[in-house]
Write a protein that binds this ligand. Structure first.
Ligand code: DHB
Ligand code: FE
Length: 281
């Protein structure tokens, strides 16, 4: 029996990582965002799990756009940080947990989720920025092994919100049936509303984002009923990344305690959000 002790939803905007890497977090433009993170980071520092599972999307950095799996899992011993064109971030490579990966893979396939498998995978800002949001003082190593679960949010047709929530439920069952570790943290990443290109570039929708931030804790089933079209209309073409928050939420209990949430506009051209849930009974 392993236990998910917390769930963390966070945006993965690359400039949030760049601000940390360049020591700019105290500058006026960045200080409010990082001040908003503080209570969550303090709580997380007191609750380091044995292993973490991070639900994210690649942005054509680790995997070519010719191959876009709908759902995938990494089974590697370790994952290198991708070079996205400006040199790789000076953050640690990621240590994996192949035993737990294989357990999750087997369990998810048996549960009807035919996952693609990455035995080798470089992880981009979608992965490393959430790790930095969680644990800013990583130093030479992240605080525990981390397993990647990848979701297609970049090519039509993305999986539905309902399917992502169902994947999270299956993930929660798989974790509960694993004896190899004690405690697990799960991260759902991406969002909030943003659109990086096209006629609506710069689109941000605080009304929708606040609804989503509230409902992810209290009424995730409402969010799981959103269609792909509604998500893109309300949150922007890249705001559909929010479906990955539903994978995280599905792995938690029906009742969770919100430890902290934060919202800041803008980070880059994006609405940045964070929500941290204590999943312990
Ligand atoms: C940006 C990139 C992202 O992947 C994202 O989720 C938000 C913003 C950017 O390039 O600004
Ligand atoms: Fe993104």
């Amino acid at each position: 029996m392993s236990e998910v002790i917390w769930g963390l939803a966070t945006s993965h905007v690359p400039s949030i990582g760049a601000a940390m890497d360049r020591g700019m977090t105290g500058e006026p433009v960045w200080a409010p965002l990082f001040e908003g993170y503080r209570p969550a980071r303090e709580w997380l520092a007191q609750h380091t799990p044995d292993v973490a599972i991070l639900v994210y999307n690649d942005h054509a950095n680790g995997v070519d756009l010719d191959i876009v799996p709908t759902f995938a899992i990494g089974t590697a011993e370790s994952y290198e940080v991708a070079d996205e064109g400006f040199g790789r971030r000076a953050v640690p490579d990621v240590v994996g947990d192949p035993d737990l990966s294989f357990h999750l893979l087997q369990s998810l396939v048996d549960d009807g989720f035919d996952m693609t498998v990455f035995q080798e995978l470089d992880v981009d800002h979608g992965f490393t920025v959430p790790l930095s949001v969680w644990t800013p003082e990583a130093g030479d190593a992240w605080p525990c092994p981390v397993i990647p679960i990848m979701v297609n949010v970049i090519r039509y047709p993305q999986p539905t919100a309902a399917r992502c929530y169902a994947l999270g439920r299956a993930l929660g069952r798989a974790i509960a049936n694993y004896d190899g570790v004690g405690t697990v943290g799960i991260l759902g990443t991406g969002g909030m509303s943003h659109q990086l290109a096209g006629a609506r570039a710069g689109f941000i929708n605080p009304t929708f984002d606040h609804m989503f931030l509230e409902a992810i804790g209290n009424d995730p089933e409402k969010l799981a009923r959103l269609t792909r079209e509604e998500l893109i209309r309300e949150a922007g073409s890249e705001g559909i990344e929010l479906i990955m928050w539903l994978v995280m939420r599905g792995a938690l209990n029906e009742q969770v305690r919100t430890v902290h949430s934060a919202y800041h506009v803008p980070a880059s051209n994006t609405a940045a959000g964070l929500a941290l849930f204590d999943n312990r009974a």
